[in-house]
Design a protein around this ligand. Structure first.
Ligand code: NAD
Ligand code: DAU
Length: 355
């Protein structure tokens, strides 16, 4: 059995669904259920004994230690984090608490459990830390893409907190021998993405007739990966990654923000045209830039491709079409997120915390 943290969030929930479908191996899912945690994401697993949900903080060493021992966990995949750059600018405290202190406490609980394992259970145990390309800082238009050898140069409270967590994970390997793996992935998109992030925000705002806010000149570049491709990369790194190594994960899809938004508008024009016959691009509005806004991210994914044979299954064209279709097909999910009623889901659908 594996233990996933943050499995009610965007990537974590996609991972849990993907993992159970692909491997059938049961998952203990530990999530604090912050505003970003949504158990409705996992509704299709309700009543499935292969999914054990526990509402808890990764910083609660006692709960984590008990879960590791009770379920004889063979691997931990750490998704839990505060993940939104804009929120980190307005209020960095939660980012330090969860991403830095929380990761530290999680590592300590895992180290105590791992120290008590014997034989194959100890040799085969893995701790996989899910991180971001933002730890490498920003690129100019002509810089080569980030490799695993780039220096860490984080620029936002979010990326600084993720960088700190990566360093802790690295140190726990070098000092204590903890069998760790780290992945640094580019921007994900796809189903279940919370509509505070660029792509889902643009889809839901467009459909609601609201402005589509572009920060600054809209020429900032991100490297986009369909979320299920990130999930398959994590599965592959867990299976075959070299202990103590880091793997960059990306889809070779560098796009300027304004082009992303225009693509979303064009798809909506085709799939759900505006009733007045005009294009959704009419709703684009330029707004004040994000402070310290990184100009460009780009991932060089050759290491994971060469050493582990991983490749993304989706192109940007196929992935973005699937994503827009998912939001069109799931208006109730969007409405529950926007009204906040997704937060009642725990009470409605699950009994109280159990471990
Ligand atoms: P998210 O914000 O959608 O989900 C985070 C989840 O973690 C939520 O379910 C939340 O309730 C949970 N959580 C937060 N604090 C917690 C705590 N103290 N204890 C337990 N659970 C807690 O984030 P996401 O976009 O799914 O990102 C998941 C991970 O992947 C993060 O570590 C993020 O840094 C990393 N990442 C994200 C992207 C991306 O594009 N979204 C890209 C690369 C890496
Ligand atoms: O690169 C990986 C990172 O990608 C992850 O580590 C983060 O968790 C994830 O949130 C994401 O960070 P970004 O800041 O790149 O994502 P976001 O969707 O917030 O913004 C994408 C780009 O779009 C960024 O340049 C800011 C811009 N933007 C965003 C919003 C929400 C806008 O122009 N307007 C908006 O309203």
């Amino acid at each position: 059995m594996i233990l996933v943290t943050g499995g009610a969030g965007f990537i974590g929930a996609n991972f849990v669904l993907d993992w159970i479908a692909a491997t059938g191996e049961p998952v203990v899912n530990v999530d604090k259920l912050t505003y970003a945690g949504n158990l409705e994401n996992l509704a299709s697993l309700q009543g499935d004994a292969r999914h054990v949900f526990v509402q808890a903080d990764i910083g609660d060493g006692e709960v984590i230690g008990n879960l590791l021992a009770k379920h004889q966990i063979r691997a931990v995949i750490n998704f839990a984090a505060e993940s939104h750059v804009d929120r980190s600018i307005h209020g960095p405290e939660d980012f330090i608490q969860t991403n830095v202190v929380g990761t530290f406490r999680l590592l300590e609980a895992v180290r105590a459990y791992w120290n008590g394992l014997q034989g194959d259970a100890k040799t085969n145990f893995r701790f996989l830390h899910v991180s971001t390309d933002e730890v490498y800082g920003t690129l100019s238009a002509t810089d080569p893409a980030f490799t695993e050898n780039n220096n860490y140069e984080p620029n936002s409270p979010y990326s600084a907190s993720k960088a700190a967590s990566d360093h802790l994970v690295r140190a726990w390997h070098h000092t204590y021998g903890l069998p760790v793996l780290t992945t640094n992935c580019s921007n994900n998109y796809g189903p279940l993405h919370f509509p505070e992030k660029l792509i889902p925000l643009m889809i839901v705002n467009a459909l609601a007739g609201k402005p589509l806010p572009i920060y600054g000149d809209g020429q900032q570049i991100r490297d986009w990966l369909y979320v299920r491709d990130h999930c398959s990369a994590i599965r592959r790194v867990l299976e075959a990654g070299k202990l103590g190594e880091t793997y960059n994960v990306g889809g070779w899809n560098e796009k300027a923000n304004i082009d992303i938004v225009k693509t979303v508008c064009a798809l909506l024009d085709e799939m759900r045209p505006r009733s007045d016959g005009k294009s959704y691009v009419e709703q684009i509005t330029y707004v004040t830039d994000r402070p310290g806004h990184d100009r460009r991210y780009a991932i060089d994914a050759r290491k994971i491709e060469r050493e582990l044979g991983w490749k993304p299954a989706e192109t940007f064209d196929t992935g973005i079409r699937k994503t827009v279709q998912w939001y069109l097909d799931n208006p109730e999910w969007v409405a529950n997120v926007q009204s906040g009623s997704y937060r009642d889901w725990v009470q409605k659908q699950y009994s109280a915390t159990s471990n």
